[in-house]
Ligand binder design. Structure first.
Ligand SMILES: Cc1cn([C@H]2C[C@H](O)[C@@H](COP(=O)(O)O)O2)c(=O)[nH]c1=O
Ligand SMILES: [Mg+2]
Length: 213
C-alpha cells in the first residue's frame, strides 16, 4: 500500500469508569448512609482526597472503627454494579466512539487492598454490558497500571496517574469530581480538566487533541 493510501493510526481515547462514567461518589455516600445511619459522614462538598478513608480519618476519635466501615461500603458485593451512570456519560462515550478514526477503551483499576475481594472486576464488566452493551465489554481494560495502556488521551478523575512509564504515554485529562474539585492542576498529572459530559466541552477537547496528535 502506498503512503498516500495508508490510513492514519486511530486516535485512542481511554475512559476511566469510577467517577467518570459511573457515579462512584454519589453511590458511595448513599450506600454509606444507608448502611451506617448513626455514623458521621463526609458530604460531597467536603471531599478532599482521592481515597475516601483519607477523608474519614477525622472521625477516628469519635468512631474508632470508621475506616473499616468506610472501606466496607465499596468492598460489599453489588456496590460497583449498582453505580448509576454520570449524567451524559454514556451518550458521550457512544458519540466519541462513533467519530471517524477514533477508538474508545474503558480503562479502570480493580480493588487490590483486601484479600478475597475481587467481585468488583466482574461487576465492572456487568455494568458495562448493562449500560453500554456487549460490544463495549471487549473494550474494557482492567489494570492497576494505566501507564501500560496505549492511548492518546486518558480521561480520569484520579489527580495523579502513576505507573512504570514516565512520562505518561498519554495526555491525562482530569475529570472533575467532588474529591478533586479544589485542586490546582499543577498538583496533578493532568494537562487540563473536563468538568462534565453535558455542556458540550468534551467535543472541543477531543477535537483539539485529535488535531495535536
Ligand atoms: C475512592 C476509592 C477508590 N478505590 C478503588 C475503587 C476502584 O477499584 C479504584 C478506582 O479506580 P479508578 O480506575 O482510578 O477510577 O480505586 C479505593 O480502593 N478506595 C477509595 O477510597
Ligand atoms: Mg476514577
Amino acid at each position: 500500500m502506498s503512503g498516500a493510501m495508508r490510513k492514519s493510526a486511530p486516535f485512542r481515547v481511554l475512559l476511566d469508569m469510577d467517577c467518570v462514567l459511573a457515579d462512584f461518589e454519589g453511590n458511595y455516600l448513599k450506600c454509606f448512609r444507608e448502611k451506617f445511619p448513626n455514623e458521621p459522614f463526609v458530604p460531597l462538598a467536603d471531599r478532599r482526597h482521592f481515597y475516601i478513608s483519607d477523608d474519614y480519618k477525622k472521625f477516628e476519635e469519635q468512631s474508632p472503627d470508621i475506616l473499616s466501615k468506610a472501606r466496607s461500603v465499596y468492598e460489599t458485593p453489588g456496590f460497583f454494579g449498582s453505580q448509576p451512570p454520570i449524567e451524559g456519560a454514556l451518550a458521550a462515550a457512544k458519540e466519541i466512539s462513533g467519530l471517524t478514526n477514533v477508538e474508545v477503551f474503558l480503562c479502570t483499576s480493580p480493588l487490590t487492598k483486601t484479600p478475597g475481594v475481587h467481585h468488583d472486576i466482574m461487576e465492572k464488566l456487568e455494568w458495562t454490558e448493562k449500560h453500554l452493551g456487549m460490544d463495549w465489554v471487549k473494550r474494557v481494560i482492567i489494570t492497576k497500571d494505566k501507564t501500560m495502556v496505549h492511548g492518546n488521551i486518558l480521561i480520569d478523575d484520579r489527580p495523579k496517574i502513576k505507573g512504570v512509564l514516565k512520562p505518561l504515554p498519554f495526555k491525562h485529562i482530569l475529570f472533575t469530581a467532588s474529591h478533586n474539585r479544589h485542586l490546582d492542576l499543577r498538583a496533578t498529572t493532568a494537562a487540563e480538566r473536563l468538568d462534565n459530559w453535558t455542556d458540550g466541552s468534551w467535543q472541543t477537547l477531543v477535537e483539539k487533541y485529535m488535531k495535536l496528535m
